[in-house]
Design a protein around this ligand. Structure first.
Ligand code: KDG
Ligand code: MG
Length: 427
């Protein structure tokens, strides 16, 4: 009996010495808020940066990288981005999850930075080139009362924003997440960081019925004041049950929102079916998602209009691009998460990707503090309401070690919410 000889395994060619990963460092700094960054250096000294910041759980990702990923990276081929992604995702056995995916994202982003620097091109050129001249960005207006909110919208318009997220305090609720703690229109400090430096999270209160009674009237006032054209957005921050979210979406229809974000807790994808049956207000979701599988039902059944993931929390440029391409099949667009806890490195990666994607929708912009921008020097610009990542090779971000050293890590936590009877609530 003759047997077919087994094929010899084919090994990928060994990396060119200059492309070998010579070092990978985990950098933790806290210029007004905590950031975790991965810096990869190649055999010939090219450097790439990746953002691994997970708000309130920063050191878990730093340890995952330092203890379990960095030892696997040294000696690998920096050019093999897809292979490295698959290796880190599949070889761990334990898949998905925010810590794992932020760590993989940092490696992936740093390798894309290296590849683009090697090519002498801004990253968006490697991703297919620019699909547009700039990225429409939305800013965060908020107010502890309606006059303060209207002032905040005006200030954002003066700063050049052409799309605005509107968050408001709620009568009977003491503190509401997303509402700046000081009046920004009179020179008060913008809240660069919703997390607060402390050993335990700050407790906030919540009342969904009071919120549902209040919000439509606020949007009516804002719409009347600023006219029909201004894109207005709102973040429900996972606080509603499906029927409550449906009611809000319906109530907001006359005010023509660009989107209603995170109207229900995101892990229950089926909840969006009920919301969708009741309202034509566009829906955005996904800032806490970390893989394509978190979007599976939402995309296939066309239950959302915008994908909210970030490069930083969804496994990097490689993974988020695949999600965006899947969304494009259903005419669903991107609206990548862009709060201050995405570092300027993660933000730059989002801008390069957004510039290249055909189905880009909008980009969130929560400006980083001047102190943050002394550590992370970025070529990104914001002009006339549009963001652009700049044309430097790679991501266009450099990390200043000296500036970073002045800001050691400090524990900081996002707040959380309780109902008036003391029950912990979604937020
Ligand atoms: O880390 C969590 C914050 O980034 C998040 O709460 C901000 O909801 C947010 C948003 O839409 O930017
Ligand atoms: Mg949000």
């Amino acid at each position: 009996m003759s047997t077919t000889p087994l094929a010899e395994p084919i090994a990928a060619p060994a990396p060119h010495e200059r492309d070998t990963i010579a070092a990978a460092e985990v950098l933790v700094t806290s210029p007004d808020r905590n950031f975790v960054t991965l810096r990869i250096t190649t055999g010939d000294g090219l450097v790439g940066l990746g953002d691994a910041t997970l708000n309130g759980r920063e050191l878990a990702v730093a340890s995952y990288l330092r203890d379990h990923v960095v030892p696997l990276l040294v000696g690998r081929d920096a050019q093999r981005i897809e292979d490295t992604w698959q290796f880190l995702y599949r070889s761990a056995y334990w898949r998905r999850g925010p810590v794992t995916m932020a760590a993989i994202a940092a490696v992936d982003t740093a390798l894309w930075d290296v590849k683009a620097r090697r090519a002498g091109m801004p990253l968006y050129q490697l991703l297919g080139g620019a699909s547009r001249g700039g990225l429409l960005a939305y800013g965060h207006a908020s107010g502890r009362d309606v006059p303060e909110l209207l002032d905040s919208v005006r200030r954002h318009l003066d700063e050049g924003f052409r799309a605005i997220r509107v968050q408001t305090s709620v009568p009977g609720v003491r503190t509401v997440y997303g509402v700046a703690s000081q009046p920004t229109s009179t020179g008060g400090r913008y809240d660069y960081e919703p997390a607060q430096r402390a050993l335990v999270p700050v407790e906030e209160d919540w009342d969904t019925r009071a919120y549902l009674r209040h919000v439509p009237g606020v949007f009516e006032t804002v719409r009347n004041e600023f006219g029909p054209a201004l894109p207005l957005l709102h973040d429900g921050h996972h606080r509603m049950r499906p029927i409550e979210a449906a009611r809000l979406g319906k109530a907001l229809e006359p005010y023509d929102l660009f989107w209603l974000e995170d109207c229900t807790p995101a892990e229950n994808q089926e909840a969006l079916r009920l919301v969708r049956q009741h309202t034509t207000t566009p829906l955005a979701i996904g800032e806490v998602f970390n893989t394509a599988w978190d979007y599976q039902t939402l995309l296939r059944e066309q239950l959302i209009d915008y994908v909210r993931g970030s490069v930083t929390h969804t496994g990097g440029v490689t993974a988020l691009r695949k999600i965006a391409d899947q969304a494009a099949v259903y005419q669903i667009r991107t609206g990548f998460h862009g709060p201050t806890d995405i570092s300027p490195v993660g933000m730059a990666a989002a801008l390069h990707l957004g510039l290249a994607l055909h189905n880009f929708g909008i980009q969130e912009l929560m400006p980083h503090s001047p102190r943050t921008l002394e550590v992370f020097r970025t070529s990104s610009t914001f002009t006339g309401g549009y963001l652009h990542p700049g044309d430097e090779p790679g991501l266009g971000v450099t990390y200043d070690d000296e500036a970073a050293a002045a800001h050691p890590y400090e524990p900081a936590y996002l707040p959380y919410a309780r109902l008036h009877d003391g029950t912990v609530h979604d937020w």
